[in-house]
Design a protein around this ligand. Structure first.
Ligand code: UD1
Ligand code: CA
Length: 465
């Protein structure tokens, strides 16, 4: 098998997006369109990937370099196309990067859902004298290049604006994806002219040139429209997003996940689910999330970069984002409604975290509870601790963060401030309203409320005064 070199076209303006942002950077399932293409390509084991940039070139190049960093894959090579004189001209710019012994696979940066298997099939069909196109049959072919064929043999593609009435009735269209032997592509491309309705150098003209040259041209028909759908407008972007999300929801349902409504589910990353997982409406999952057996996610939750273990219940309106450190919710834990778990929140089994509780970089031991209006940051909380309503760790002194340790079975009353670094001993009780600045001894009651002050001669201000 000859080596594969990939050219991704991403120089076009995308006028119909009506956006200042380059088209290929608009997001599908949370990632730029072109990142999806690069991900499909990564599975091909290509020798080289070149991206042709033009409109917003710097932005595209910077975004892809950052993306490569994050995904830990090599950044593609960039070739600038200035000005943009058409798709044939775009591929021509990349020719100096392509070695003659390879197969060149041409892709569109704005067709995000093309699958690696489809690309591999194209490459496999490509021979030393064979050009392979990816086509698709559409009910409404308007706007696309029509495939001209006699039986198996394809001999041309005619663009919408150049087609006659007979040609316009052809429903098999070119998808923008082709594979060609590089040595021949280098001979064919310079022969493309721009005498057509749009005054552009059409890549699609290589088909006629190749068949005149005696090469075989075949078109493989894509089985699935989603794979070849390009994005030209906010409408198309939203429609493809929904179709893509629906497909993901259905594949989770195939594995037994139950959705209250698969139309109201969004996944921007990976979601692994055990058995008997239930997801209510309007939930969004991002990054890498796993849900253990029997986990239930209530309505309107955002869950990102987290592991939710078996039997845990996340009540409605909870926001969980582990970012890089992750979040763990232990077996049978109850979280929410309206809870917020931030990076490094690590809840053991049977923990209860209730409404308006924020937890960051803290571990809570088995059965610990923080049920109302509380903050735990940089804390280690022991088993069965009860952390009262309105209590917080004052973990930040304006310059540095400090840890709070609450040992097992301690009981923190309501409205306490634990001024870190500080520790509360095993089985200790902290009285309501205490500001704790010194370690509290095990098994004892610590109260630090300041003296009650009454100011004489004070008058309540008059209303409207
Ligand atoms: C192209 C095909 C058409 C096909 C359709 C599928 C040509 C001449 N026509 O038409 O047969 O049915 O795709 O979607 O190829 N681009 C550049 N530089 C340019 C022009 C375009 O990089 O100078 C890039 C665009 O950013 C885009 C891709 O090439 O990613 C396709 O360009 P676009 O203008 O959308 O081509 P279509 O007219 O849709
Ligand atoms: Ca297009």
């Amino acid at each position: 098998m000859p080596p594969v070199d990939v050219v991704i076209m991403a120089a076009g303006k995308g006028t119909r997006m009506k956006s200042a942002k380059p088209k290929v950077l608009h997001r599908l399932a949370g990632r730029p369109l072109i990142e999806h293409v690069l991900e499909a390509v990564a599975l091909l084991g290509a020798r080289q990937v070149a991206v042709v940039t033009g409109h917003g070139a710097q932005d595209v190049e910077d975004a892809l370099a950052r993306g490569a960093d994050r995904a830990k894959r090599p950044a593609p090579a960039f070739v600038r196309q200035e000005p943009q004189l058409g798709t044939g001209h775009a591929v021509m710019q990349a020719l100096p990067l392509l070695e003659d012994d390879g197969v060149t696979l041409v892709l569109n940066g704005d067709v995000p859902l093309v699958e690696p298997g489809t690309l591999q099939a194209l490459v496999d069909r490509c021979g030393p004298r064979q050009l392979v196109l990816l086509s698709v049959v559409r009910d409404d072919p308007t706007g696309y290049g029509r495939i001209l064929r006699s039986g198996e043999a394809v001999w041309g593609i005619v663009e919408q604006k150049d087609a006659n009435e007979d040609e316009l009735s052809i429903r098999e269209v070119y998808t923008g994806v082709l594979a060609a032997p590089t040595a021949l592509l280098k001979r064919w491309l310079p022969r493309i002219g721009n005498r057509n309705a749009q005054g552009e150098y059409y890549l699609t003209d290589v088909v006629k040139i190749a068949s005149e040259d005696g090469a075989d041209v075949v078109a493989l028909k894509a089985a699935d429209l989603l794979q070849v759908e390009g994005i030209n407008s906010p409408h198309e972007l939203a429609a493809l997003e929904r179709a893509h999300q629906r497909r993901k929801a259905h594949s989770l349902m195939d594995r037994g996940v139950r959705f209250a409504d698969p139309e109201r589910f969004d996944l921007r990353g990976t979601l692994e689910c055990g058995q008997d997982v239930e997801i209510d409406v309007n939930c969004l999952f991002e990054g890498d999330v796993s849900l253990g057996d029997g986990v239930r996610i209530g309505a309107n939750c955002v869950v990102a970069n987290a592991r939710i273990e078996a039997g845990a219940v996340i009540h409605p309106f909870t926001h969980i984002d582990g970012e890089r450190s992750g979040v763990v919710v232990g077996e049978g834990a109850l979280v929410g409604p309206f809870a917020r778990l931030r990076p490094g929140a690590n809840l053991a089994a049977q923990v209860h975290v209730g409404n308006f509780v924020e937890i960051k970089n803290s571990t809570l031991g088995h059965g610990a509870k923080a049920n109302h209006l509380a903050y735990l940051g940089d804390a280690t909380v022991g088993e069965r601790v009860n952390y009262g309503a309105g209590s917080i760790t004052a973990n930040y002194d304006g310059a540095n963060k400090h840890r709070t340790v609450v040992e097992a079975d301690a009981h923190i009353g309501s409205n306490c401030v634990l001024v870190a670094p500080v520790s509360i001993g095993e089985g200790a009780t902290v009285g309501a309203g205490s500001v704790i600045t010194k370690d509290a001894p095990a098994g004892k009651l610590s109260v630090a409320r300041g003296r009650q002050v009454t100011i004489e001669g004070w008058k309540r201000p008059a209303k409207g005064g």
